[in-house]
Ligand binder design. Structure first.
Ligand code: PGA
Length: 266
């Protein structure tokens, strides 16, 4: 498939925004961006380290990455991956876990080694959570840091499960991987994966922190559909604030590309 071209290319306070006619084209463009980051990192340092995200947004991106693997020679042999977040109190074997999601959408279909595809462990005992989060940070560092972090944006502006809250900017920018309580909007949106029953959505999750995310050498953030437009517009144009966590991306805007569809932006 030839690379789709963006209908618009905007420079914003939140970084460069590539606007595609639809989600399918945007997903292909995002997959190609990930593939070329892998190639560049492999050339530069013999391996690549990619941060991944879950949810409804990136499914088309993973589908196209699998296609690139099957028919275009894209290999994940020297790639390691670190997922953004995971529900807490949920086993990796459960179908609602993000480990399960990744297995279904990507890991089972490409030559990525199981000891290089990392997802935070939702079964970590409460007393070991801090150690587990610190260890995850250490693994990313030992692996040479993230060449790219793939992100979605929540309707409430969250990135990973860094939820909106009134928190001093400096403190927000210093957040590392940690355990959080999900925001009501996130629980409402998560219900979609639990037969529409919000009471079944886990209340807690482990997430990379804002600082972990912003330390990536490049950030690719996706926003698809009209429901994401208000949060996207605020993240791109309003002053950075933890009330809209995605707005904190403005602080590293030179390393950021947004890939959005026409409905997600004015
Ligand atoms: P969604 O979630 O892709 O399921 O809309 C995105 C996000 O919350 O980051």
């Amino acid at each position: 498939m030839t690379a789709p071209l963006p209908a618009r290319n905007l420079e914003t306070p939140g970084g460069r925004v590539l606007v595609f006619a639809n989600k399918a084209d945007a997903s292909v463009a995002a997959a190609r961006q990930i593939a070329s980051t892998i190639d560049a990192a492999r050339t530069l340092r013999g391996k690549a380290c990619i941060g991944l995200s879950t949810g409804a947004t990136p499914t088309g991106v993973y589908r196209h990455l699998v296609e690139l693997h099957r028919s275009d020679g894209l290999s994940f042999r020297d790639v390691s991956t670190f997922n953004l977040d995971e529900y807490y109190g949920v086993s990796p074997a459960e179908e609602h876990s993000y480990r399960y999601y990744m297995h279904q959408h990507l890991f089972a279909h490409v030559d990525l080694s199981p000891n290089r595809s990392h997802v935070l462990d939702g079964t970590t005992p409460e007393f070991a959570v801090d150690a587990h989060c610190a260890e995850y940070e250490r693994w990313i560092e030992l692996d040479g840091g993230l060449d790219l972090q793939l992100l979605g944006i929540g309707r409430n502006g969250h990135i990973g499960f860094n939820e909106p809250q009134s928190l001093d900017l400096a403190k927000a920018l210093a957040l590392r991987t940690h355990l959080i309580y999900l925001h009501p909007t996130t629980i409402e949106d998560g219900a979609r994966d639990f037969g529409g029953d919000a009471s079944l959505v886990p209340r807690q999750a482990l997430t990379m922190g804002v600082a972990t995310i912003l330390a990536a050498r490049s950030i690719l953030i996706l926003a698809f559909g009209a429901a994401k437009r208000p949060a996207t517009m605020r993240a791109l144009f309003e002053a950075p604030t933890m009330e809209i966590p995605a707005s904190l991306i403005q602080t590293v805007r030179d390393r950021v590309v947004w890939i959005v569809d026409a409905e997600a932006i004015d």
